[in-house]
Write a protein that binds this ligand. Structure first.
Ligand code: FDA
Length: 308
């Protein structure tokens, strides 16, 4: 119940105004979001890469209903990709893109706008020598996002996408996408979804995650294991070995600020580990999803407010 209340608050403009206006919020947000500018993102990338970690940068912003805002997002992505290339960091860092931030929800031709904008970001990534992964938002966008993925992969076969194990459809999507050259980031799923489309119990989601992992690890694509769950991390390692995969053939992924010691431990043991690093002014929705995921994150937030 707490989870869905926080996710609902994450979509409420009035709660957003309250949280954003509180000067004590920002220092807490910094645990999950290293800064607001491209320079902050590149600095965080450098620091993480010094610990042997890879990075995927997400320029925060979602649900854009404004064409010029979508254009700004595209410009920012292209700029950060240029800076990564100039600073020799493109081998270590790619970008993650929410299609809703580049126009997917615009009335009439939103899908086309998002496809064209994503294409511009892919061109910049290609020039920088790195890749793009499409984030997955709520279930109403899954078909559209996978359709755009298909179109993008014609010209940019390295474009990846996220699949969410809490959706009942995902095991089949994993089967369809576990093909040569396909990069799939498997996460559990962060949105409030109805029972008709999504497993509701954590145990069901975990079982689905393992089934999906089995499909991806046995398939011909490149699995990206996006979880902080120690059990899933262990199972992923075992499945990778069983399928003859080395550290070059799959990667672990975690969010910036979550289990940083584990991120470094896996990298020190020779694993490929990528840290999803979100940056930008539009941190509210992302931050609320992090609070919803884990009561300890919420407790940390409330404690910080109380002790200042
Ligand atoms: P879960 O929340 O089920 O927790 C299981 C266990 O993991 C906990 O019991 C604890 O041991 C450990 N753990 C979890 N969080 C922890 C914390 N903060 N500190 C310490 N231990 C912790 N979602 C989505 O819908 N669309 C997307 O595109 C993405 N993209 C994405 C990219 C990457 C790289 C990651 C890691 C995650 C996403 N997500 C996402 C979010 C994802 O769906 C999910 O909400 C979170 O990863 C939380 O689920 P976990 O699998 O981490 O474990």
């Amino acid at each position: 119940m707490l989870r869905s209340a926080l996710l609902t608050a994450g979509r409420s403009p009035s709660v957003r105004r309250l949280v954003e206006a509180n000067p004590l919020t920002k220092p807490v947000v910094r645990r999950f979001v290293p800064g607001t500018t491209a320079e902050d993102a590149v600095r965080a990338t450098r620091e993480l890469s010094e610990h042997g970690l890879h990075v995927t940068l997400d320029r925060l912003g979602e649900d854009t209903l404004d064409l010029s805002q979508a254009d700004t997002t595209v410009r920012d992505y292209r700029r950060v990709l240029g800076v990564l290339a100039d600073q020799g960091l493109a081998e270590r860092a790619e970008v993650s893109v929410k299609l809703s931030a580049v126009g997917q929800f615009l009335p009439d031709d939103g899908e086309k706008v998002a496809l064209d904008n994503a294409r511009l970001i892919c061109e910049a990534a290609s020039a920088a020598g790195t890749t793009v992964t499409l984030d997955m938002e709520d279930h109403t966008t899954t078909d559209s996002t996978l359709g755009i993925l298909r179109d993008l992969r014609v010209d940019f076969p390295w474009v990846g996408a996220v699949l969410q194990a809490y959706l009942r459809r995902t095991e089949q999507d994993c089967r369809d996408l576990a093909t040569t050259g396909s990069r799939i980031r498997l996460c559990k799923g962060a949105y409030a979804e109805p029972e008709s489309v999504a497993y509701q119990q954590k145990s069901e989601v975990d079982r689905s995650y393992v089934r999906c992992l089995k499909v991806l690890m046995a398939g011909a694509g490149y699995p990206m294991v996006a979880t902080h769950d120690p059990r899933m991390v262990t199972i992923a390692g075992e499945l990778a070995s069983r399928n003859g995969r080395t550290a070059e053939d799959f990667e672990y992924q975690m969010l910036y600020g979550i289990r940083p010691d584990e991120q470094r431990r896996l990298a020190a043991e020779g694993g490929t580990v990528r840290v999803y690093t979100a940056y930008g002014d539009e941190w509210y929705g992302y931050f609320m999803r992090r609070l919803a995921e884990r009561p300890a994150n919420l407790a940390f937030f409330l404690r910080s407010l109380a002790t200042r």
